[in-house]
Design a protein. Structure first.
Lengths: 168, 524
């Protein structure tokens, strides 16, 4: 490859002293900031900023928040540990171990049911795959925080702990 | 030979061939079927394999038809497909469709057939279905779900024809017909889990595997059962570092499609909590763990030529390990100081089907490698004389009480093994080896057939493949040609043991090979 005939350098003019110290440009930028500040002080209702956590955004009913496990009438999980959810899960975040249920009509139940919330991508495929409507992402909870990685791996009892009307 | 046309394809098959098998050959895949099984008699009850034979007024079942010269058969036309669909619908009338909790889901004949021929909406409501017993325990290994059963009678025929025990039968009639054991009889024979394998639906499931894993999550590795000298070909179904079940693999020369229940449970020893996972050294009467570096140095120190008084092999070693250990033994000690194991140990009653009375997988291989076994008394006498290092590799010779006492009297026992067993209890240094499922190797079965097994799960903790440990010790003993890979080891073993026979130990055929009957791959 030959470099002959190509322009040398950018060809830009050397900046003048006025441009080189950026002073006027800084003042112009600050002017924009101050313009918005003054405008917002007098028009607070139009401001897009929310005062989280005092104020919270309202999401649609279809918003997929943290999972919950549905209960039977007696409070035991509806889940039969068929593992459709963990099979379909693209993030591989659900781990279930099935076991023999004392009631032979139910036959199978999850002995352990773990969801790794750090891996979960909240796609909702698990609730679509579930043949028993046992897992839902309808809690609306999106504030998922903890101070260690282990605490993000939530267990069956935690996921089951929701009230009958669907609220926590 | 009979010439026939199947789906427009002409083929020639031997006289007496079943039309079912001819169709499989022509189509490349079997016809839909539940009741036909190549190793059982023909029942012809599921009616799924119906085909149209030109000149016959009605459809005929392929499994109970013998080919005829000039037959023209259609397996996939409108009429046949419709019949398959209708028969399948009949089978599903009273089926509970509880696939989410059924262990068979994923390898179920009904599911597969439905995806191919069904895909209709059921005309039967759940409440209209005939309900039968679910989760009925019918034996120590098997659980029965009568609702899921399609009455193909494979399990009944298996118990009548293969084991000859006849525990199962079909009782009642019509939609009340059900598989069951006779009153007071349990499905309790050593081959009962084969009924689970051949059950095309989820009616018979294994109590051991029940609810442990969905089958589509399992990976498979080809292996050989280490339970006895028959050497049944098995498939290890595993996921991650855990084995979930063993299934038989078809080998017409060894085990056909069966294996025994005892063999199926052997995977549990691999996950035993008494596994030896770290090198351990005795200090102050207790075995303490230590790192491999230090353990290797100690082992090399113990195995200085002239310091070794006895090398004890085992019929649990693979062929490669037996050869390599012998090379190491000859380097360190004399011919008469090498003992292949305790003669007559691990012999328990077998049966005339598959289970052999010799419960070790590779006694023939051990002998092939040149090892001689000794009776207990002679071995104990040798051990009593031993003042230097005693190298014990594989198995658990100290399971015999007198051997254990003699070994405990030796000061310098070096044990390479898989479990913290009685032998490890007598050792001054114990090195963790790999269990059969964690390494590749070759077992030689009682007929002299060489069969390769592949590794599946990862080894626990610090455990190493045995041949690597031996190779390292061999190099430390001054051997310049210590093998650096399993491939190289197999090549040298092949050159040592079978200089005249032309077969490749590196890539043994899937069915194994018998050098004493040199029609390699052709028998059966």
């Amino acid at each position: 490859m030959s470099f002959e005939g190509l322009p040398k350098g950018t060809g830009a003019k050397k900046a003048s002293f006025r441009d080189a110290i950026y002073f006027w440009e800084i003042l112009r930028g600050l002017g924009v900031t101050i313009k918005h500040l003054v405008y917002n002080i007098f028009h607070t209702a139009e401001m897009p900023t929310m005062q989280y956590p005092e104020e919270k955004r309202v999401y649609s009913d279809r918003f997929r928040g943290r999972h919950r496990l549905m209960q039977r009438e007696d409070g035991t999980p509806r889940c039969v540990a068929c593992q459709m959810c963990s099979t379909v899960c693209p993030a591989d975040c659900i781990a279930i171990q099935g076991a023999e249920h004392p009631d032979s009509e139910i036959e199978k139940f999850p002995e352990t049911f773990e969801i790794d919330l750090l891996r979960c991508v909240f796609c909702g495929l698990c609730e679509e795959a579930c043949p028993c409507d046992a897992i839902r992402l309808d809690t609306g909870i999106y504030e998922i925080a903890a101070d260690s990685r282990e605490k993000f791996i939530v267990q069956k009892d935690f996921l089951l702990n929701n009230k009958e009307d669907g609220t926590y | 030979m009979a010439k026939l046309t199947i789906d427009g394809k002409e083929l020639e098959v031997p006289d007496g061939t079943r039309l079912f098998d001819a169709c499989t050959e022509a189509r490349g895949k079997p016809l839909p079927h539940f009741c036909y099984h190549p190793d059982l008699s023909v029942a012809g009850v599921c009616r799924l394999c119906q085909v149209e034979i030109e000149g016959m007024p009605k459809l005929a079942i392929a499994c109970n038809t013998i080919v005829n010269d000039g037959m023209v058969v259609h397996t996939n036309n409108e009429r046949v497909r419709k019949a398959s669909e209708q028969i399948l619908e009949m089978h599903l009338i009273n089926h509970p469709v509880d696939c989410p909790i059924c262990d068979q889901a994923g390898e179920c004949g009904l599911q597969n057939q439905y995806m191919e021929y069904g895909l209709y909406d059921s005309k039967v409501e759940m409440v209209q279905k005939t309900h039968k017993k679910k989760a009925k325990v019918i034996g120590p290994q098997v659980i029965l779900d009568q609702e899921r059963c399609v009455l193909c009678s494979r399990c009944v025929r298996f118990c009548n024809e293969v084991t000859g025990t006849g525990e199962l039968g079909i009782y009642n009639r019509g939609d009340r017909a059900e598989i069951d054991t006779a009153p007071g009889v349990d499905l309790d024979n050593n081959y009962s889990l084969n009924t689970v394998d051949i059950c095309p639906v989820g009616a018979l499931t294994s109590r051991d595997f029940r609810f442990q894993k969905r089958v589509w999550m399992l990976k498979a590795a080809e292996s050989i059962c280490p339970g006895c000298s028959t050497g049944c070909n098995v498939r290890i179904d595993y996921e991650g570092s855990r084995i979930y079940r063993l299934k038989p693999r078809f080998n017409p020369d060894v085990n056909r499609r069966w294996m025994c229940d005892k063999g199926r449970m052997l995977y549990k020893a691999v996950h035993d909590e008494k596994r030896l996972t770290e090198p351990m050294k005795r200090s102050g009467g207790e075995l303490q763990t230590l790192g491999w570096q230090e353990a290797s140095e100690t082992a090399v120190g113990m195995l200085k030529p002239g310091r070794v008084d006895l090398v004890l092999g085992s019929p649990h070693l693979s062929l490669e390990e037996a050869v390599l250990l012998r090379r190491l033994g000859l380097k360190l000690a004399g011919e008469d100081q090498l003992v292949g194991g305790v003669a007559g140990a691990e012999v328990r009653p077998g049966d005339d089907l598959l289970l052999n009375s010799d419960r070790t997988p590779n006694r023939a291989g051990l002998r092939m490698a040149g090892w001689q076994e000794l009776p207990v008394a002679e071995l104990v006498a040798k051990l009593r004389e031993a003042r230097g290092t005693v190298l014990v590799h594989g198995g658990n010779p100290a399971a015999d009480e007198s051997v254990r006492e003699a070994l405990a009297g030796c000061q310098h026992v070096l044990y390479i093994g898989t479990h913290r067993n009685e032998t490890a209890g007598t050792a001054a240094l114990a090195l963790p080896g790999a269990a059969w499922a964690e390494k590749a190797g070759i077992f030689v079965n009682k007929d002299g057939r060489l069969q390769a097994f592949k590794s599946s799960i990862v080894r626990p903790g610090q455990a190493r493949e045995d041949w690597r440990v031996l190779s390292e010790l061999l190099a430390a003993a001054g051997e310049e040609e210590a093998p650096g890979s399993l491939r190289a080891l197999r090549k040298s073993v092949g050159a040592d043991l079978f200089p005249d026979v032309e077969f490749n130990l590196v890539a043994l055929p899937a069915r194994g090979v018998n050098p004493t009957a040199p029609v390699a791959g052709g028998e059966g």
